[in-house]
Design a protein around this ligand. Structure first.
Ligand SMILES: NC(=O)c1ccc[n+]([C@@H]2O[C@H](COP(=O)([O-])OP(=O)(O)OC[C@H]3O[C@@H](n4cnc5c(N)ncnc54)[C@H](OP(=O)(O)O)[C@@H]3O)[C@@H](O)[C@H]2O)c1
Length: 299
């Protein structure tokens, strides 16, 4: 039995991971949410994490509001870097492993090839800098700890960009999304399953990218989701997602990287498992969750 503590268990990714591991034989899960632990207070981190019994500490809690972080870099550094660093020290002192979740926003996004684990990270934003510092602090404690970098997370536990675009298409005749920013979506339910393959690999450590396979712009991502919604027979006001340039998104406070498609080749090499294409994962989510929720609520 692997005793795993999931920190961030109410978040989009953490909730899916906790639920999946609870359904798997061989895992005993302790959920740790913000109600149990405020990561902005390192003494609380020490007390709460220090008081838990676990073999594996999984952390997906983070200050994820990219624009908010831009004006609150000190807080972002505490929550996204110092707290994971402290958690890693505690895990090491207990002889436990740690898996920490990182982001594609650590990359500058200037090169147009999928990002690999060995690529130089040059974050453009306070969020990206704080997350990179977190990755480094965790790996400085033990290079065998895993830092899993993911991107564009969507899933049933908390609305994401995808839900927002589908909501808009049901409510408005004109909907557009950024067509010149590229990355790779990650279905939180797939992440949970894929994580188990990674946990099972003896000696897997360091940086690993994990998301669905392939790449797309925000516009393509939203269009595939909308196509699935239309195929489910859900009434929409438009079947077309228009294109807008990243430079026109004047409401963004923090600079965003332009190209952070993620290569999952390293994950495939070490686990033998290939994440399914993002289009299939988006279709599954829209059919099994987004459209179903509408049918249940009668809207
Ligand atoms: N979402 C994405 O597209 C994306 C992309 C790349 C990487 N990631 C990374 O993936 C991980 C999970 O992201 P997510 O999508 O699950 O984000 P999320 O839904 O925002 O979840 C983050 C969790 O962290 C918790 N949290 C925030 N500040 C905290 C604090 N001071 N103390 C304790 N808990 C705190 C939040 O608490 P509340 O429940 O109170 O909100 C939330 O449950 C993060 O490390 C993120 O950097 C996400």
């Amino acid at each position: 039995m692997i005793r795993i503590a999931v920190v961030g268990s109410r978040g989009r990714l953490g909730a899916a991971v906790a639920r999946f591991l609870e359904s798997e034989p061989g895992y005993s899960v302790t959920r740790v949410s913000r109600d149990d632990l405020d990561l902005s207070d390192l003494r609380v981190v020490e007390d709460v994490i220090g008081g838990l019994e676990f073999d594996l500490l999984f952390n997906s809690a983070a200050l994820t509001a990219v624009d908010f972080c831009e004006g609150e870099e000190e807080l972002a550094m505490t929550v996204n870097a110092d707290a994971p660093g402290k958690m890693a020290e505690i895990a090491a002192s207990k002889g436990a492993r740690m898996i920490h979740v990182g982001t594609d926003y650590v990359y500058g996004g200037e090169e147009d090839a999928p990002r690999c684990e060995g690529d130089l990270a040059l974050p453009k934003s306070a969020y990206g800098r704080s997350k990179l510092a977190g990755d480094e602090k965790v790996m400085a404690v033990d290079p065998e700890f895993l830092v899993i970098r993911t991107s564009w997370v969507f899933g049933p536990d908390r609305p994401s960009f995808l839900d927002m675009m589908l909501d808009r298409a049901r409510e408005h005749e004109v909907v557009a999304a950024v067509a010149d920013k590229v990355s790779t979506p990650c279905y939180s339910e797939d992440f949970g399953k894929l994580l188990v393959s990674l946990i099972g690999v003896e000696g897997a450590g360091g940086l690993v990218n994990l998301c669905n396979s392939g790449s797309c712009s925000w516009q393509q991502y939203a269009q595939v989701g909308l196509d699935s919604l239309v195929a489910c027979g859900v009434p929409v006001k438009t079947e077309h997602i228009g294109a807008v340039g990243l430079a026109n998104m004047t409401q963004f406070v923090a600079p965003r990287p332009v190209f952070t498609a993620m290569s999952t080749e390293h994950f495939h090499e070490i686990t033998g498992v290939k994440p399914r294409p993002w289009q299939e994962a988006v279709d599954t989510y829209v059919r099994d969750h987004y459209a179903k929720r509408l049918q249940v609520s009668g809207t």
